[in-house]
Design a protein around this ligand. Structure first.
Ligand code: ZN
Ligand code: ZN
Length: 427
């Protein structure tokens, strides 16, 4: 029995390995076939950037493409958001997300398709540029949509395509972004089992970087008002000096990450960016206001730092006979990669990028993909798009940020294969 069984098993394994190879070759051919379109979309979107909640042209381009692929398409979600549903077999549901907005930055990159667009932003005339590279995200996801739609009945589950407005924040007085898309039902029907997304980053082309748990920081703003008692600068004992007290608070806040938290657990940052009080040299003012930002990589540390800021500021103020009012405005949560999903999908990224797949260091910037990854298990990764000439490498948001389009096929391949492996129940 044993030899027969072994032979049978070998045949079966041989057959499935051959099928996997055919599938891989077919997939590579689809990526190659769609690449010229992805490049053309990216150049077109790059030349026509639109600010958050104003992505009308981009959204129309996306919706038209998804409709041409035969998808169920919903538009106008969270202002200009587009959701496409591609229904396949009875398998799970995967959501894929691309953000569509550009920034109020005047482009300085020498490209034939460089942006010359200007617009009004919060009452000012500004240049508009895809300085964070979201043009690449949109074009890549349009390419992924085309490949997956081309699979027809072979698609083993359902894919939800999210094209999201206003990742960089909505204009003053407006809401927007991933959070608003969720509140407007982007994940309501069908409910995804997992969400994947990527961000271009100035690492070499061929590199994909990610990590389990906190990949990008939470970003919260705090405001502290130190209330003293106004007096003559020559007679400080006649009042309570909020300038000296606020200075102690600034230093006290630095002891939170440096002295109060376990430095071996996770990095965190508390920065004061604005301090304001007083009108002239010889009057000690009544109040001083501080404003700053908090960055953390896990939810517990985030809540802990909020408590410690309140505690540190109010007690330092109390020791001086002053009071402190502390307000924390919640910004984007931690962009957290679900550890189980990460372990499950890392082999796919490894296969797709080979030695180019590396573990990312945490990034202290924030990303509103975090809301999607709070709603369902999420996996977010960085795609290297740095130009070959090191002199041309610039960070995201720079007027010189330049994404090398040679990176686009790897982005398409990575999202496509993550989706197919997940739907097929990988590993
Ligand atoms: Zn950005
Ligand atoms: Zn971005």
């Amino acid at each position: 029995m044993k030899p027969v069984f072994t032979v049978l098993l070998a045949c079966l394994l041989g057959a499935s390995a051959a099928k996997a190879e055919t599938n891989a070759a077919e997939l590579d051919a689809s990526v190659t076939a769609v690449t010229p379109k992805v490049v053309a979309w990216r150049r077109d979107i790059h030349a026509h950037p639109e600010l958050g909640n104003r992505e009308f042209r981009t959204a129309a381009l996306v919706a038209e493409h998804l409709e041409s692929l035969g998808m169920e398409v919903r538009t106008g979600i969270a202002h200009t958001g587009v959701v496409g549903v591609l229904r396949g077999g009875d398998g799970p549901v995967v959501a894929l997300r691309a953000d569509m907005d550009a920034l109020p930055v005047t482009e300085q990159v020498d490209l034939p398709f460089a942006s010359t667009v200007t617009t009004e932003y919060n009452g000012e005339e500004v240049g508009v540029m895809h300085a964070c590279g979201h043009d690449n995200h949109v074009a890549i996801l349009m390419g992924v949509a085309e490949i997956l739609a081309g699979l027809g009945d072979e698609l083993p589950g359902t894919v939800l395509f999210l094209f999201q407005p206003a990742e960089e924040g909505a204009p003053e007085g407006e809401e927007g972004g991933a959070d608003l898309m969720l509140r407007e039902g982007a994940f309501a029907d069908p409910v995804p089992d997992a969400v994947f997304g990527l961000h271009v980053f100035p690492m070499p082309v061929g590199v994909i970087a990610s990590r389990p748990e906190g990949l990008m920081a939470s970003s919260d703003r705090f405001t502290i008002t130190v209330n003293g008692t106004q007096t003559h600068g020559a007679m400080p004992w006649m009042g309570v000096d909020p300038v000296v007290t606020a200075s102690q608070v600034v230093l006290g806040l630095q002891t939170i990450p440096a002295r109060q938290l376990d430095a071996t657990l996770t990095p965190s940052i508390v920065s004061v960016g604005r301090i304001e009080g007083g009108v002239r040299n010889n009057i000690i003012p009544e109040t001083v206001e501080l404003e700053g930002t908090i960055r953390t990589f896990d939810a517990d540390t985030r809540a802990d730092i909020h408590r410690r800021i309140e505690n540190t500021a109010t007690h330092i103020a109390e020791s001086a006979g002053a009071t402190a009012d502390v307000a924390v405005d919640l910004g984007y949560p931690v962009t957290r990669n679900d550890p189980d999903l990460y372990r499950r999908m890392a082999p796919t990224l490894q296969r797709v990028a080979g030695p180019g797949f590396v573990e990312a260091r945490p990034v202290t910037g924030a990303e509103d993909f975090s809301y999607l990854a709070e709603a369902v298990p999420g996996l977010f990764f960085f795609l290297g798009v740095a130009p070959e000439d090191p002199a041309l490498v610039a960070p995201n948001h720079s007027p010189r940020f330049y994404a090398d389009e040679r990176a686009l096929p790897l982005g398409v391949k990575a999202l496509t294969e993550l989706t197919l492996d997940y739907l097929a129940g990988a590993p």
